[in-house]
Design a binder for this molecule. Structure first.
Ligand SMILES: NC(=O)c1ccc[n+]([C@@H]2O[C@H](COP(=O)([O-])OP(=O)(O)OC[C@H]3O[C@@H](n4cnc5c(N)ncnc54)[C@H](O)[C@@H]3O)[C@@H](O)[C@H]2O)c1
Length: 249
C-alpha cells in the first residue's frame, strides 16, 4: 500500500534504538527523508543502515530537554530539506520505580523533563517550521501507563498522561492550520529496554496483554506511519492504543 509519505521530511526523536529506530527505518522505506534527533551517537549506525538500502537519513545530535538543541534539530531539518512535514516525538526514558513517599525529586524531574518537556519542546519548534508551509503531522509518544495506573510507577505515568492531553489541546489549537497532532500509546514492546528484564518479569507483563505476547517495535512503527500519513487526514487529537488489548480490560 502506498502510504503517501514519499519525499516528506520527517524528524524522529529517540531513533537510535527501539520504537524510534523501527519508525525511522519504516518511514525511510516509504520514501520519507528522515532526520534522527538523539543523544546517542549510535544513531549514526541507524542512518548508515537506512542509506545502505537506498533511503535518505541524517543524524543531528539532540538532547530533547535542551531548548537550543531542539530548535537546532528542527532548523537543521528545514535548512537541509527545505521544510518539515512530520514529527515523531518519541524520545523517552523509564523511571526508577518506587513508592511516592520515598521518591527523590531529582528522579521525578528527570523523567518529566525527558518524557514530557522533551515532547513539548519538540512540538514547539516543529510547529514553528510547519506553520511556514501550512502542513504538518505530529505523533507524540504516550504509553498504556498514560491511561491506567501501575504500582510504583508515578513519574512515568504522570508524564505520559500529560503528553496525551497536551496533544489533544495542541491538536485543536492548530486544527485549522493544516497541522494534525495525535498520540500513540503502545503496550509493552520488545525494545532493548525490555531485553534486560528477568524472564519472570517478562512473563508477568505478557499476562497483562490479552493478545498473549508483547509488541514488536515494527508494529508500533506501522501505527505511527498510518497516523503521519495522508491516510489519516481526518484524524487529529486522538490516541491510538497499540497495546494488544492491555487497556481494553
Ligand atoms: N518499550 C516499551 O515497552 C514502551 C511502551 C510504551 C511506550 N514506550 C515509549 O516509547 C518511546 C521509545 O521507547 P523504546 O522502548 O524504544 O526505548 P529505547 O530506550 O530503545 O529508545 C529511546 C531512545 O530515546 C533516546 N533518548 C533518551 N533520552 C534522550 C534525550 N534526552 N534526548 C534525545 N534522545 C533521548 C535514547 O538514546 C534512545 O535512542 C519512549 O518514549 C517510551 O516511553 C515504550
Amino acid at each position: 500500500m502506498d502510504m503517501m509519505i514519499e519525499n516528506k521530511i520527517a524528524v524522529i526523536t529517540g531513533a537510535a534504538s527501539g520504537i524510534g529506530e523501527a519508525t525511522a527505518k519504516l518511514l525511510a522505506k516509504e520514501g520519507a527523508k528522515v532526520i534522527i534527533g538523539d543523544v546517542a551517537q549510535s544513531a549514526e549506525a541507524v542512518v548508515e543502515e537506512i542509506k545502505a538500502v537506498g533511503g535518505e537519513a541524517l543524524f543531528v545530535r539532540c538532547d530533547v530537554t535542551d531548548e537550543k538543541s531542539v530548535r537546532n534539530l528542527m532548523e537543521t531539518a528545514t535548512a537541509s530539506y527545505g521544510r518539515l512535514d512530520i514529527l515523531v516525538a518519541n524520545a523517552g526514558i523509564p523511571e526508577k520505580k518506587g513508592p511516592v513517599h520515598e521518591m527523590q525529586l531529582d528522579d521525578w524531574q528527570k523523567v518529566l523533563n525527558i518524557d514530557l518537556n522533551g515532547v513539548v519542546l519538540a512540538n514547539k519548534y516543529a510547529i514553528q517550521q510547519m506553520l511556514k508551509n501550512g502542513f504538518g503531522a505530529i505523533v507524540n509518544m504516550g504509553s498504556i501507563l498514560a491511561h491506567v495506573g501501575q504500582v510504583n510507577s508515578t513519574a512515568y505515568s504522570a508524564a505520559k498522561a500529560a503528553v496525551v492531553n497536551f496533544s489533544r489541546s495542541a491538536a485543536v489549537t492548530y486544527a485549522t492550520q493544516g497541522i494534525r497532532i495525535n498520540c500513540i500509546s503502545p503496550g509493552y514492546t520488545e525494545t532493548p529496554l525490555l531485553a534486560k528484564l528477568p524472564e519472570e518479569t517478562k512473563q508477568a507483563m505478557i499476562a497483562n496483554h490479552p493478545i498473549g505476547r508483547l509488541g514488536k517495535p515494527e508494529e508500533i512503527a506501522e501505527a505511527i506511519l498510518f497516523l503521519v500519513s495522508d491516510k489519516a487526514s481526518f484524524i487529529t487529537g486522538t490516541v491510538l492504543h497499540v497495546d494488544g488489548g492491555y487497556t481494553a480490560v
